[in-house]
Ligand binder design. Structure first.
Ligand SMILES: [Mn+2]
Length: 292
């Protein structure tokens, strides 16, 4: 069955919306698997699976003013042009006080979004990969260089990478030398998600946070449909609990690297549910604050 080609319950028009979803079907620099450009459509289709009522927070998502803008046309752009286009689009959203929610596309889209924000924000990256290479395959904007490009815009001290478990040796050593804050899944498995949240909070303090959620942070058993799967990942409960702990600080987020061609639907379903849950959590926290 084919459902409408917009995210479920994104029923507000652009002007009245507080949250704006947009798809960025970019798939040019992926190193291992292709087909990530199909993710926005699959995730939108998957979103129709769910009830509008959010069981945990007791809110009907139809109450939240959510708009789906559709996809940005980035297909034939070079990485540099793609990043500029996303930055300009995100800037327009921020100017109109909209909360941006991007559906990738590969991870190379994220620096474009981050560059639209003031450079005193923090970036929280949930990712199996460090993505801290200066360049990859002769492209500084490759999806393997995302953290590095973000660090061009904001202070490296304001970046946190959670769930990382893959890097090349030079990349790893350089990240340590530069003081990049990260917590790998082997440590998380030992210390637990509450302690991980505590340490990350101590690092990012009360800064405004942009969240980038690379679906490969989740274990491939739960999210096999991704560009570069990496075993020993987080489970979906830990991902949700972690993100919820920062919900009141979030100023935008993306979800990237879902690859439908390698999926039996479970990865897109998880991505759609995470978007719904994160929006619900942010809305819930902000409604609590406005009641104070
Ligand atoms: Mn990754």
């Amino acid at each position: 069955m084919i459902f409408p080609d917009y995210f479920a319950d994104a029923e507000s028009d652009f002007d009245e919306a507080n949250y704006v979803i947009f798809g960025v079907p970019y798939d040019k620099t992926s190193s291992f698997r292709h087909g990530i450009d199909k993710a926005p459509r699959e995730i939108r289709q998957s979103s129709w699976n769910f009830e509008t009522f959010d069981f945990r927070i007791g809110v009907d998502l139809k109450k939240i003013k959510l708009h789906d803008y559709g996809n940005l046309d980035v297909k034939n752009l070079k990485t540099k042009e793609m990043i500029e286009k996303i930055r300009d689009f995100t800037s327009k959203l921020l100017l109109k006080n909209k909360f941006p929610i991007a559906i990738g596309g590969e991870h190379s889209i994220t620096p474009g979004i981050v560059k639209a924000y003031p450079n005193d924000i923090a970036v929280l990256s949930l990712d199996a990969h460090m993505d801290f290479r200066e360049q990859y395959e002769n492209d500084v904007n490759n999806h393997a260089c995302v953290t590095r490009r973000i660090a061009d815009h904001i202070n490296i001290k304001n970046i946190a990478i959670i769930g990382v478990r893959s890097a090349e040796k030079e990349e790893f050593e350089y990240a340590q030398k530069e003081g990049l804050f990260f917590i790998d899944t082997f440590s998380i498995n030992k210390k637990g998600i509450s302690q991980t949240i505590k340490e990350t909070k101590e690092h990012l303090k009360d800064k405004k946070i942009y969240l980038t959620l690379d679906i490969d942070v989740v274990d491939p058993a739960y999210a096999p449909g991704t560009g570069t799967p990496e075993p020993f990942g987080l489970d979906p409960f830990d991902v949700l609990e972690f993100i919820e702990a920062f919900a009141s600080q979030l100023v935008g987020f993306d979800i990237v690297e879902v690859c439908p061609a390698y999926d039996h639907g479970e990865t897109s379903i998880l991505a759609a549910k995470l978007i719904r849950s994160i929006v619900g959590a942010i809305w819930y926290k902000s409604s609590l604050q406005s009641q104070l």
